[in-house]
Design a protein. Structure first.
Length: 499
């Protein structure tokens, strides 16, 4: 064998040995940790959840405190958890070429436009915005922007069912109106919360076959309904909703996915992958989350209310009241709403005193921005002038008689405040008609509706109507101020402010 042939055989044999045994026997190959650019789906959802809650921890912390105090808008507490749960159902990456720069551009454009719209609406209609808690919609926008960067814009568009769910459930008013339509009892609120959790289970099971999916949804609703109704009788709505509307749906989805998973679910190398991430992107998102946390830091809690004598209405000589039972559907079975009518005369506008009572102040605070009287255009609460000598925190609100379009429109001026009498918190409203003949009584309070709190204001806004409060005749204001002073004198504060 020639030297050349010998060298060739040796080289070939060495190459084979190198290919078969790249490392020494008994030496383990260390597993490479996944880079941030290749983070799995679960880790990205975890980052989105953490940064989303970081930016709005003040808003949801305030909601948790209100729910613990007795607020009837308790599902707000579990909505972030349910949103994350639904997002976990969209594990399959979107097909198509991913472009991180395009995802950033889309997220920035949608985020800036949405936050600007929320800010402008809040400034244009602050009273209605506070009733809707529009600030909570910012969390939906922020979570969508996070997922657009972490999972891709196409992936976020595929989650359109999640965004419909979030818009419907992120603010308390739709839930309160739905609970009112169901009767307004604590059981109705608890069952509605169970229904919200069941809907989240259905949406989070996007990849599961219809049979197991529907069975899990129905089973979750039935079990949650039993749990929330049972717990409500012993622990109250807060704990009942946490368990039945939050923990149980999560457990149902986990069990469902494990039960329907198959051994052939290994990753397909040819399947589309999630977009690559960079540490800079995650760092920028963290900085934005911190900035949002500072911007959304909650305002101070409502001021304490004074304690007054329980018989202040009788001491003021208000007479027999008219009862409006619809309030129990909104504030609960223990709530009452009565009106004391004060007829007018020529040159003396007719007036009324409306008293809304509930042993649960948090339920009253849920509807601090509610206007219970008709108006052709959105009206705004303003701090009461010092000349009214009203209790601390009093506000005034009135319709715009200058913009009257129909002769039978009822226009009014109202002063409202809160205090604590006997075992109930009361929201007292002195309302005066703007008609000087004294024959037209102020309009009666009416239940809230989705049309009056959303459709009509939206139509008014789209017409680009200028927001003008209008002028109120001094005689009407003086009439309201005199009645306010009369009630305050009759109430005789007997205790320190309390919550």
């Amino acid at each position: 064998m020639t030297d050349t042939a010998l060298r060739t055989n040796l080289a070939t044999h060495a190459a084979k040995l190198h290919a078969v045994s790249p490392q020494q026997p008994g030496v383990e190959v260390p597993h490479r940790r996944p880079l941030i650019a290749e983070l799995p789906f679960a880790a990205r959802i975890g980052i989105a959840a953490a940064l989303g809650l970081l930016g709005y921890f003040g808003v949801f912390g305030h909601a948790i405190a209100d729910a613990a105090a007795g607020s009837r808008a308790t599902p707000l507490v579990v909505v972030p958890l349910l949103m994350v749960l639904i997002a976990t159902g969209y594990r399959r990456p979107s097909r198509g070429v991913g472009d991180s720069e395009s995802d950033w551009i889309i997220a920035a454009f949608v985020g800036v436009a949405s936050f600007t719209a929320i800010y402008l609406l809040t400034q244009r209609m602050p009273t209605l915005s506070s009733l809707w808690h529009l600030q909570s919609l910012g969390f939906v926008v922020w979570f969508a922007c996070l997922l657009a960067v972490l999972l891709g814009a196409r992936h976020v568009v595929r989650m359109w069912k999640l965004w419909v769910f979030a818009v419907c459930c992120a603010t308390p008013l739709p839930f309160l109106l739905a609970a009112s339509a169901l009767g307004g009892s604590d059981d109705a609120v608890a069952l509605l919360a169970a229904g919200v959790g069941a809907v989240a289970v259905f949406l989070a099971s996007e990849t599961v076959r219809w049979g197991p999916r529907l069975l899990a949804t129905a089973g979750c609703f039935v079990l949650a309904a039993v749990v929330v109704v049972s717990l409500d009788a012993y622990t109250g709505l807060f704990a009942a909703v946490i368990v039945g509307g939050g923990i149980l749906p999560v457990a149902t989805v986990v069990v469902l996915h494990r039960a329907t998973a198959t051994t052939g679910d290994e990753a397909d190398p040819s399947a589309p992958r999630l977009p690559r991430l960079s540490p800079v992107s995650v760092a920028v998102l963290a900085v934005i989350a911190i900035a949002l946390a500072v911007v959304n830091y909650p305002a101070a809690r409502p001021a304490d209310v004074p304690v007054v004598t329980a018989d202040w209405a009788a001491r003021a000589g208000l007479g027999a009241p008219t009862v409006y039972p619809f309030i129990t559907r909104t504030l609960g079975a223990d709530a009452t709403l009565v009106r004391y009518s004060l007829p007018g005369a020529a040159g003396k506008p007719a007036a009324a005193v409306d008293v809304m009572s509930s042993p649960n102040r948090a339920a009253l605070d849920d509807l601090t921005g509610a206007v219970w009287y008709p108006s052709a255009s959105p009206v705004e609460y303003r701090p009461a002038p010092t000349a009214a000598d009203a209790p601390p925190g009093a506000r005034v609100v009135h319709s715009n008689a200058d913009a009257a379009t129909y002769g039978d429109d009822q226009h009014w001026y109202a002063v409202t405040w809160d205090w604590h009498a006997a075992s109930a918190y009361q929201r007292v409203t002195v309302i005066v008609s703007q008609a000087f003949d004294g024959r037209d009584m102020p309009p009666a309070p009416a239940p809230l509706s989705l049309v009056d709190t959303s459709v009509r204001p939206a139509l008014w806004t789209t017409r680009q109507q200028p927001h003008v409060d209008g002028e109120v005749d001094p005689a009407v204001i003086n009439r309201a101020d005199r009645l306010t002073r009369q009630l305050v004198r009759s109430a005789e504060v007997v205790g320190a402010p309390t919550r």
